[in-house]
Design a protein around this ligand. Sequence first.
Ligand SMILES: Cc1cc2nc3c(=O)[nH]c(=O)nc-3n(C[C@H](O)[C@H](O)[C@H](O)COP(=O)(O)OP(=O)(O)OC[C@H]3O[C@@H](n4cnc5c(N)ncnc54)[C@H](O)[C@@H]3O)c2cc1C
Length: 327
Amino acid sequence: MNVLPEWELMAPESIDEVRALRAHHPGSRFLGGGTDLVVNLRRGIGDPPAALIDISRVAEMKGISVDGERLRVGAGVTIRELADDPRVRAGFPGLAAAARSIAGPTHRHMGTVGGNLCLDTRCIYYNQSEWWRAANRYCLKYGGEICHVAPKSRVCYATFSGDLAPALAILDAAEVEVAGVEGARTLPLESLHTGDGERYLALEPDELVVAVRARRPAALRTGYDKVRVRRSIDYPLAGVAAGVVREGDRLTDLRLAFTGTNPRPLRLRGTEALCGGPLDDAGMERLSGLVRRQVMAMRTTFTSGHYRRHAAGVLARRLVRRLFDGV
Ligand SMILES: Cc1cc2nc3c(=O)[nH]c(=O)nc-3n(C[C@H](O)[C@H](O)[C@H](O)COP(=O)(O)OP(=O)(O)OC[C@H]3O[C@@H](n4cnc5c(N)ncnc54)[C@H](O)[C@@H]3O)c2cc1C
């Protein structure tokens, strides 16, 4: 790890102040809890910013509100606050479980919801020291010309590994509120991540996420599970969020989303074909097929892409079965 470079640190308390600061410091970066950004800066990853705008004190980005089935979480809410909120635990158990699974207690204390949604994509050729990356002539994501994971590709395959995005993506009307120098807008959560590991966010450089909103269908049972190298502290090698509606013995709604596998959070398509009847072995086999076709894990971690795709399928089947059985 390098010594941190010098920078100016600013701590605005309102979105209007953030806008004004950002307009005067176009080379600045937003700082949430710093648990991803500061680590990357100490590794010499990314151009060192001239200034950091600490957005953890911005009033409009604080607070969780639950109104019946509707949820709004400020981007400045910490992961710990989200995980511990009794209304989130009761009404959005999949989201609370995803939050509880993030990193370790000290990261959850500092890390924010906005930082988690805007988490940089990860790869064994990127999350390395400067000398290691230099020895490998860097990579497409930063400083180099090829993607070592897929050398013929013009697109970077670094993986999105945030745990909250899939847990939010299986809810209805998941949207992010965004503010920039020019004004405010709302973006479907599904459009926030581009699928290109290099330019992974569909935000303008001056834009920040202010809050995320979603709605839970009344009968939806939700859950979250992941595999990781160090169970007490690690990013997902594969993570899955699931939502299930059961009516009698019939599965009537099934939603799944993955993280840790593709360059963006992946909402699994085609699950409606599994609904309408009981959750039997044939249905589970079809679910495995959907996962195999859509989860595109590459060799971006020390474990193989094949292992992560397989693990994603196992996790998905287990979680769906558990939610369907209500255990
Ligand atoms: C050892 C270790 C283990 C980890 N394990 C996990 C894990 O299991 N799961 C997981 O998901 N993460 C993990 N993380 C990453 C990180 O701790 C969390 O993702 C955390 O939620 C990031 O939030 P932050 O506020 O600290 O982000 P920061 O580091 O402050 O920011 C991350 C990025 O988002 C940008 N940003 C921050 N807030 C906003 C905003 N509101 N709008 C626009 N851009 C913004 C920053 O400019 C930066 O580019 C781990 C980190 C470490 C060091």
